[in-house]
Ligand binder design. Structure first.
Ligand code: FAD
Length: 383
């Protein structure tokens, strides 16, 4: 097995195959890595309900096996979770999680050689609160009655406990202000080739549709992970056919094209930038939550930008944000987490991207995409 190869695969354990997002391969690869001591720990989401889960770092194979399934409305921030812990770890990661992990690797808070990243294709994720409201307003179902969810052919489908399926197109949901996070709409990392493996359901056709995962091996570490799971009897794999490979490439192209259109729609040029930023930021209460969740920030608790938290100047625009705009110009990955946590609903990701888009385009640099390139600006905060 080597870098560049593609496979279709599924769990050899029947219950994991059923509970998995598409065949349970990811869960089984993670469990096998732990079982055969390729890693000491694994990160998974411990499900509370369909909208809530907590990320756990575990060395218990059963806990890993229990985590099978995709939770489209659960935010994850795995980069910060594993930073500064010196783990030999395997974990699932959407494109933005992978980018956060690689950026932390560049800042020496995560040892990338000891980190096995199983990338999940991602068409987008949803905010849990927005999803609950959407279920009641658009689907006319109670969130407590939801039993499962899936995305198929551009539709978001919820299954209720009575076995019925409720489907609405993502386009219609987004027209009405629901659906994916804004940052997911313009994100172009739909297949995470920056992870060791890229896994998803695009390209799984015919009888295997919904029952197998399409895996692309992106690195030697990825090959080691998958081979280990095959050798340990946790997964079964076969080569995909040309039709499946072509379908996957076609969907990827269409999704990336759609993202570029969203980017144009969201970031329309504006005349009075200063007034715009001042207006958007005037309600900031200087809580610092955006910095706490930011997967690329590695300044720690004591850093220069926190020195700019002054309640007085927070009235119109805190200096804190000006420092963060500069910090993130080359390193914002557009994950959307700052917007998610802002208690006064400032669309922070959109503001940060307003700065980051032109800088990253000019530098031809997308943070978290390429391991070999260091961050452009080395800011030594405590000098
Ligand atoms: C938010 C989201 C959107 C996705 N969109 C697409 C798509 O558009 N096209 C596509 O081909 N595939 C998409 N996928 C991937 C797909 O749903 C399956 O995860 C993938 O095919 C692997 O299936 P599996 O059965 O092998 O995974 P499983 O064996 O079910 O393992 C899934 C793993 O992912 C973890 N996980 C679950 N939810 C999250 C989350 N929100 N964030 C991080 N980790 C999580 C679980 O803890 C588990 O370890 C998406 C996944 C997620 C989480």
């Amino acid at each position: 097995m080597q870098k560049g190869e593609m496979f279709l695969g599924w769990s050899t354990k029947e219950d994991i195959r059923k509970r998995g997002g598409s065949g349970g391969l990811v869960t089984s690869v993670l469990a096998a890595a732990l079982d055969k001591k390729l890693v000491d720990s694994v990160v998974v989401l411990k499900k509370i309900n369909d909208f809530e889960a907590v990320p756990v770092i575990t060395s218990d194979v059963n806990e890993v096996l229990n985590s099978a399934g995709s939770l489209h409305s659960v935010p994850s921030n795995f980069a910060k979770l594993i930073a500064n812990k010196n783990l030999k770890v395997a974990l699932p990661a959407k494109g933005c999680d992978v980018r956060g992990i690689i950026e932390q690797g560049k800042r020496n808070t995560i040892k990338l050689d000891n980190t096995f990243i199983i990338g999940l294709n991602c068409g987008g994720s949803m905010h849990p609160t927005v999803t609950r409201e959407m279920l009641e307003v658009m689907y006319k179902i109670r969130p407590e009655d939801v039993h499962g969810e899936e995305i198929e052919k551009g539709k978001l489908i919820f299954e209720t406990k009575d076995g019925k399926e409720h489907a609405i197109t993502i386009d219609e949901l987004e027209e009405k202000g629901y659906g994916r996070r804004e940052s997911c709409r313009y994100c172009t990392i739909k297949i995470p080739n920056n992870a060791d493996l890229a896994c998803g359901n695009w390209g799984v056709t015919g009888e295997l549709a919904g029952k197998a995962t399409f895996v692309e091996v992106n690195s030697e570490k990825g090959a080691e992970l998958l081979q280990n799971a095959v050798d340990a009897g946790y997964v079964q794999i076969q080569k995909p056919d040309e039709k499946g490979i072509a379908a996957r490439a076609r969907i990827k192209g269409a999704m990336e094209g759609l993202s570029r259109k969203w980017k144009e729609k969201v970031f329309i040029p504006m005349d009075n930038r200063l007034e715009y930023f001042r207006k958007e930021l005037e309600n900031c209460i200087d809580c610092g939550a955006c910095k706490t969740v930011c997967p690329t920030c590695s300044c720690g608790d004591v850093s220069k930008c926190t020195e700019f938290h002054y309640r007085g100047d927070a009235y119109k625009m805190s200096m804190y944000h000006l420092v963060r705009f500069l910090h993130l110009a080359d390193s914002c990955i557009g994950c959307g987490q700052c917007t998610d946590v802002c208690p006064v609903d400032i669309p922070l990701t959109r503001l940060y991207r307003r700065f980051a888009n032109p800088v990253q385009e000019e530098l031809k640099y997308e943070p978290g995409m390429d391991l070999r390139r260091p961050p452009y600006f080395e800011v030594k905060l405590n000098d």
